[in-house]
Design a protein around this ligand. Sequence first.
Ligand SMILES: Nc1nc2c(ncn2[C@@H]2O[C@H](COP(=O)(O)OP(=O)(O)OP(=O)(O)O)[C@@H](O)[C@H]2O)c(=O)[nH]1
Ligand SMILES: [Mg+2]
Length: 328
Amino acid sequence: MKKCEGCGAYLQDEDPNKEGFTKNISKNLCERCFRIRNYSEYKVVVKDNDDYIKILKEINQTRDLVVFVVDVFLLNHGLEMIQKYLTNPILLVLTKRDLLPLSVKDEKLLSYMDNYNIKVVDKEIISSYKNYNFDALLYKIKKYQISKMVYVVGFTNAGKSTMINKLLYHYSNEDTKLTTSLMPSTTLNRLEVTLDETLTLVDTPGLLIKNSLMNYLDGNKLNKVLPKKEIKPITYQIKSNQWIVIDDFCMLEVPKGNDLTLYLSGALNVNRYYEGIEVEGLKNKRIKIKKDHDLVLEGLGFIHFKEETSVTVYTKYDMDIYTRKKLI
Ligand SMILES: Nc1nc2c(ncn2[C@@H]2O[C@H](COP(=O)(O)OP(=O)(O)OP(=O)(O)O)[C@@H](O)[C@H]2O)c(=O)[nH]1
Ligand SMILES: [Mg+2]
């Protein structure tokens, strides 16, 4: 059976509501990929992690190199779980470097990954948007590859397919292009692309991040929440108790006497209020943030507080809220 060249789903002309549908089976792209590419029209596909874990288990049967792609802005606390399924050698690739301020050193971001318990053969930091460090990336893939096959894995939306497209563009004569989008679950099945006679990259669907804001939003809202260019941190001095309202995604009740810096998409509206906030019907979580830690709002961004403090976060979404050692 033929696969869609964009997302890896098996092509079929029987059920428009199922993956891989095309009216014309002789085409190479499914209708969903065609629409994402030509009209930026997204059809959210609800995948579950079981399909993905099946793919990871297949990869684990090989001893081949795995490139584990991680979004440097939306680092999530489930990163270690990849090693629950994979015993292959892992090259860790931090991507979307362009989203964090240039003043932060690459070395710092790379060594931050040591806080996670992931055994890797090497690490690299790249930006597909800026074509940053692709020579180094290809060098490392070739250095550590065990056979011709190299598997690209990671959480959904990390930027796997975009990275493979850039590798193809720079280092091969292939004119195939994988489908990419800001919606979760763009790639639907494993898909092989040949870079050269010694290297075949295998794109895979992304693992869904449980309790990420990303899972609940439509295309318009995702466009707002997911940053496309360098984040400009916003610092507030908190001189009296107040509320920070992040668009219609969440609110924070912050006690006085602490400066905070928000790292969020610039497209979001952030406002401060001193009183009069309606919180009825919202879930809330009170959380203590130690010094030198960040507060993470999964799928939305992170906030750094200068001193130890406790805040209450209100939201209608099932979004994980937790702290981690400060990133920058
Ligand atoms: N700023 C920035 N955005 C990126 C970069 N690479 C990818 N993106 C964006 O991130 C989003 C997800 O990219 P994809 O390549 O589709 O991600 P994926 O990991 O293949 O996602 P799934 O197929 O859903 O698992 C898209 O909106 C991309 O344009 C990058 O280097 N910098
Ligand atoms: Mg993809």
